[in-house]
Design a protein around this ligand. Structure first.
Ligand SMILES: C[S@@+](CC[C@H](N)C(=O)[O-])C[C@H]1O[C@@H](n2cnc3c(N)ncnc32)[C@H](O)[C@@H]1O
Length: 271
């Protein structure tokens, strides 16, 4: 995957604060900061970029200049808020059930995306737990890192959960290779689906910038080594499970468009 050519600017009416953010973000991404000066984003980008990252008071927005049909990408906790509320009311969440999440657990989310799943995990494992999210796309990782640090929800515990997620821009293969046996309770994968799930509009802006590689047997073997309790993989309801080893369990899929495959690793990675 190659990251898009990006320049960073501010909104037309942005002030000094957004300008400082934009300059910091440009330095972080190693790309150019271009002052907005009231111009259109196309004029700001010139021929130098495929996309413009705009620092506005409401956050960072990545605007695609090449693909007219794609939606801007910005951080939003999306369905995570409803999912957490449902859990609080004693309801069910397929991902949390598949992971068998409880207070104090550690979760490695290998495919962070917009961090909705990571937020549900971080809330559920609580302050004694740990959630690390890996994201291959530098620009997606940056937008999500800023969003998780700054987005304000009405619920203080949800805000704390957002702030606790550690975001790393890397390929999960490289990161997993450097970890020891049983370093996380759960290792989780939610790769991009070939065809989008229609209801999942939160992912729409992400598709253009995301890494679309499939999980392979080599990465799965590393995940099995790193997961003290289990590896969980989210798939489309009708997708064939991977061939490397039959899952030990499946959650969801009967009435929902996705299912969660579970491989227990407790025995091989027991202390
Ligand atoms: C379907 S999205 C994940 C959505 C996420 N679960 C959520 O709740 O928002 C998949 C994400 O994984 C990232 N990704 C794919 N392959 C990766 C890899 N090898 N290493 C790190 N991130 C990867 C993609 O760039 C994309 O952002």
């Amino acid at each position: 995957m190659t990251d898009p050519r990006v320049v960073v600017t501010t909104g037309v009416r942005s002030g000094l604060r957004e300008r400082e953010t934009a300059m910091g973000v440009a330095a972080e991404l190693g790309c150019e900061f271009v002052p907005r000066l009231g111009r259109s984003l196309k004029a700001v980008a010139g021929d130098a970029a495929d996309a413009v990252l705009v620092a506005e008071s409401r956050g960072l927005h990545l605007v695609d200049l090449a693909g007219e049909s794609s939606s801007p990408l910005f951080f939003h906790p999306g369905m995570a808020v409803n999912r957490i509320r449902r859990l609080e009311l004693g309801g069910d969440d397929h991902m949390a059930t598949a992971m068998r999440l409880g207070a104090g657990m550690s979760v490695l989310d290998c495919t962070l995306g917009m961090a909705a799943d990571a937020l549900v995990a971080a809330y559920t494992v609580g302050p004694q737990g740990r959630v690390v999210g890996l994201e291959a796309s530098a620009v997606v990782a940056l937008i999500v890192r800023h969003g998780l640090a700054q987005y304000v929800l009405p619920d203080a515990d949800m805000n704390d959960a957002m702030r606790r997620i550690a975001v790393l821009n890397c390929d999960y293969r490289e990161y997993l290779a450097g970890l020891g046996q049983g370093e996380f309770d759960v290792v989780y994968f939610d790769p991009m689906f070939g065809r989008p799930v229609e209801a999942s509009t939160g992912i729409a802006g992400l598709r253009r910038w995301a890494c679309h590689e499939r999980l392979d047997a080599g990465a799965f073997a590393m995940a099995e080594r790193v997961a003290r309790k289990r590896v969980v993989l989210k798939m489309r309801r009708l997708a064939q499970p991977p061939s490397w080893r039959p899952p030990d369990g499946v959650v969801g899929g009967a009435t929902s468009t996705v299912k969660f495959l579970i491989w227990e690793t407790g025995e091989q990675n027991a202390d």
